[in-house]
Design a binder for this molecule. Structure first.
Ligand code: NAD
Length: 355
């Protein structure tokens, strides 16, 4: 289905900013994108400054706001004649959800609820519209050594983050079954790539290697995650938005499982090759730290439905993607430093707060 005015929530974050760039640069979309973002600590307009410079006020519009604000959501839907929403805005960091779950409940559950309500009130019974919800494989809980999450795996979330995402998934489906809202939903595994807030595993490791700081690995390092390059996630979301069946969920994954410790060792090798650093010295920085409470052991996703039904494929080989990613973070030290020093917050204050 073709849409004209797509509202993307959380478009200043890691996946959202890459998604907006992907849609403008890699698809045949000719309409407008409206980016609704609260600019929390994780939202950074610097992530999207290139698109802003080219398209602002033409095909790209930034709305600084909170998805929990129902009246503002309704205004945006009406003002831009929004006919599709790709909902990514969320509190997304598991460790933060353990320390302070409240904001996760507010944004991830109440915020999704406010958006669903706004859709129903503006769209009424329209069927030429779409609510696409971006979610995570973490809603399925933890796997043993074998098996995969499929679209029919029972939800079993363990952290406040995954529980809040699971709740939002249920709400989205409830609005389809109860009110007939045309929805699609995707659950994706761990993303990596450029513009990820430097508190997540891969950027933390790269910058700690650079600063010769310890590389913290939880527990015994044998927890397993499936990794997917962010552009492949976004091509899958786009595919589902265009061709997904209303009311359906699709799993998205890299079919690329890695033990954390193996991933960190590989990153050390790539870092050493890219910078000329001594590999043994970099690997010597690896430090095992106390495990995260409720740390899920293994995530592995079966994405055969998406491949079979919508003909989607991953396109970025993991070693190539990791090397590109290491290079990107090393080439964008200024971006990271503006975040780590808090300098970007002043920049947001100056340029965005009264928009
Ligand atoms: N990162 C991953 O590996 C991964 C994997 C699967 C699914 N997801 C899902 O994808 C989505 C995006 O993840 P990400 O890694 O880009 O997150 P992120 O933390 O980098 O970005 C989240 C964005 O949402 C914005 N935001 C937060 N609260 C808001 C609110 N109340 N109103 C408006 N905007 C708000 C932030 O400012 C930020 O720009 C999330 O829903 C996440 O659950 C992420």
């Amino acid at each position: 289905m073709k849409f004209n005015n797509i509202l993307i929530t959380g478009g200043a974050g890691f996946i959202g900013s890459n998604l907006i760039r992907y849609i403008f640069e890699k698809t045949d979309f000719t309409g407008r994108i409206i980016n609704l973002d609260k600019l929390t600590y994780a939202g950074n307009p610097l992530n999207i400054v290139d698109i802003e410079q080219k398209e602002h006020g033409k095909r790209y519009f930034f709305e600084h706001g909170d998805i929990c604000d129902y009246d503002n959501d309704v205004r945006i839907f009406k003002q831009y004649d929004v006919d599709a929403i790709i909902h990514l805005a969320a509190e997304s960091h598991v460790d933060r959800s353990i320390i302070g779950p409240g904001e996760f409940i507010r944004t991830n559950i109440n915020g999704t609820f406010a958006l669903l309500e706004a859709c129903c009130s503006v769209w009424k019974d329209r069927k030429d519209v779409r609510f696409h919800h971006v979610s995570t494989d973490e809603v399925f809980g933890s796997l043993g050594a074998v098996g995969y999450f499929t679209e029919t795996t029972a939800y079993d979330p363990r952290s406040p983050y995954s529980s809040s995402k699971a709740s939002s998934d249920h709400l989205v489906r409830a609005y389809f079954h109860t009110y007939g809202l045309p929805i699609t939903l995707t659950n994706c595994s761990n993303n990596y790539g450029p513009y990820q807030f430097p508190e997540k595993l891969i950027p933390v490791m790269i910058y700690n290697m650079r600063d010769r700081k310890p590389l913290p690995v939880y527990g015994d390092g044998k927890n397993i995650r499936d990794w997917l390059y962010v552009e492949d996630h976004n091509s899958a979301v786009w595919t589902v938005l265009q061709n997904g069946k209303i009311g359906e969920s699709y799993n998205i994954g890299g079919e690329n499982e890695w033990e954390n410790i193996k991933l960190v060792n590989t990153l050390c090798e790539i870092f050493a090759q890219e910078t000329g650093a001594d590999e043994a010295e970099i690997k010597g920085l690896i430090t095992f730290v106390k495990d995260r409470p409720g740390h899920d052991r293994r995530y592995a996703i079966d994405c055969s439905k998406l491949k079979k039904e919508l003909d989607w494929r991953q396109s970025v080989d993991f070693n190539r993607g990791l090397r590109k990613t290491v290079r990107w973070y090393l080439d964008n030290i200024k971006w990271a430093e503006s975040i780590r020093s808090g300098e970007y917050l002043k920049w947001i204050e100056k340029n965005y707060k009264d928009r």
